[in-house]
Structure formats: structure tokens, C-alpha cells
Design a protein around this ligand. Sequence first.
Ligand code: ADP
Length: 331
Amino acid sequence: MKKQATVYLTVIVVAMIVGACFLTTLVIGLVDDVNPLPLDSPYLYLGLASVVIVCLLIAVLMCRHIVRRIVEPVERLTEDPEDTSVELYRELEPVAQTMRAQHEEIVKNDRMRSEFTANVSHELKTPLTAISGYAELIASGMGSPEDQKHFADEIHRNSNRLLMLIDDIIRLSELDTAQIQVDMENVNLLEIAQSCVENLKASAADHKVTLHCDGKPAHMKADRTMMEELIFNLCDNAIRYNNEGGQVFVNVSTNRGVVLLSVKDTGIGIPKEHQDRIFERFYRVDKSRSKRSGGTGLGLAIVKHVAALHDGEITVESEAGQGTEITIAFK
Ligand code: ADP
């Protein structure tokens, strides 16, 4: 790139300078009646050749200088986009901004990926350690028959937890891949919400929570399975982070062509300082409550992904001790 630019610029400048020299000499020689141009004199050609060589040198030096000034900041930026000592010329500023934003994104994604790997290992290790411990107790024949049953129950509970975790991790990594297949079709979001609510009635009854679903038919282009997943995760949270005798209201509506889905509960709420972080992978406000209620810490990360794939904008309104309302506006 640098070499090519130098060559082009050199050729153009040399051509212009040499052309100008020839023209000037010829015009002077031709116009001069007293001393017409001695076209047979070797000095004329020697003089012209030296002019050409000098021009060539000047042109090469100028071009090198110009190209270096253009390319150097770009090279330095490429090496380290965060280097603020790079002197930018006006035309390069938007490019530098884009490069810096991209670099920040790469660094952030990289940090998230390594945090995620560390978290996954930790999350998988906990139930596996429990399973291994209880299995060892059973194998050693320790404890009464009731204890043995308790050990077996714990193994069962922890293996279910492992399976749930693995399911969510696989789902997230599928959603992460750029080529994820989104099967867009015409769906009625109210119908999907009603069917999700129906499927969660038993779980709600276990938690002594009442589920309601209302609204108007709302048609949109969406991946049905993903929408089911999204509504399921929101409702499941609204049930699990609720109080006995609590309520969950699912509402679907349309406002000026925007389909709105809202899941509101009368549960424990989310303190303000946690509200921005609950969509991060494995982020939990109350870790033990999440684990006790069968949470993986990945439900809202999946919701965020699915919403993004459908141009959905998420808003959270919550008050600790009062309840939470999560709304998604699909544009
Ligand atoms: P989990 O599997 O732990 O529920 P999520 O990703 O679904 O993970 O949610 C992240 C955290 O956000 C939860 O651990 C919980 O602390 C908080 N949270 C999510 N939904 C609600 C809700 N409706 N009410 C109160 N807290 C919630």
C-alpha cells in the first residue's frame, strides 16, 4: 500500500516537473531569435538530464515524506488503537474512532469470554463435587437407609442441576454463533404467551403464585421457539422470585406497530444497583436463592440474546420488595 502510493505519486510529480522543464526550455529556445535553441548541442541534453535527475530526487523525497505522514499514524493506530499520543489528521479521525470502538469491543468480548469460561468451570464443578461426594458415601455403606436415600436424592438433584446448566450453556453458545438459524414466521405473540402461561401453571401452583395472561392478538415476524424460550424464562423468573400468594401478569399489546410484551410480578424485586447487571451471564442478585429455586444464572442472558435477534428493546422497572416488570418492545 505504502509502496504503491509512493510509486504513483512519484510518477505523477516527476511527469509534471519534467514536462514543465521541457516546455519552459523549448518555449525559451523557440522564442529566442538571437540565440535559437542549439538542438545539436550535447550541453542542452546534459543540462536537461541533470534537471530531470534533480527533479526526480526531489519528487521521491517529497512523496516519501507525504506518504510517511499519511501512513505512519495509521500504522501506529493499527498496532495500538488505544495509543492517544498518535497525531491524527482530520480525515483520519473518524477511522480512528471506529478502530478504537472496535478494539474496545474486542477487548470487552475477550474479557467476557474468559470470565464466562471461568464461571462455567466453577458452576459445573459445584454439583459434580456434590455428586462425587454423595456417591462415595453410598459406596462406603455409611449412614442409615434414610441417609442413603437422602444421598441418592442429592445425587439426583445435583445431576438435574448439571443437565440444566449444560442445556443453558449449549443454548447460549448456539445463540452466540453468528450463523444461528432464525426461522422467522408470522406469529401471534399473545397465543405463544398464553401457551407458555398454561405450561407454567403447575410450577406457579407449586410456588403458590397465580399467573394471568391478557392482551390483544399481536402479529409479528419471529422465531416461534425462541419466543417461547424468552417468555418462558421471564415467567419462570417471575414465579421463582415471587412470594407465596404473589401474582404474575403477562401482557401483550401493540402500540403504533410496536409489539409490546410485559411480564410483571409482585415478587421480591431487584435493587437498583443490580438492575443493569442481571442480563450478564451467571450474574445473580441472591446466589443461594437462585440455586435453591433451580436457577442457572443464564436465563436472562438468553432473553437478551433472543430479544436482540428480534430487534427487541428491554426495559426493567423494579423496586426491591415491591416487584418487577420487564418489558420488551419489538420494533
Ligand atoms: P437465574 O437462573 O439465577 O434466575 P437469570 O439470568 O434468569 O438467572 O436472572 C439473573 C438474576 O436476576 C437472578 O438470579 C435474580 O437475582 C434476578 N432476577 C431475574 N428476574 C427477577 C425477578 N422477576 N424478580 C427478582 N429478581 C429477578
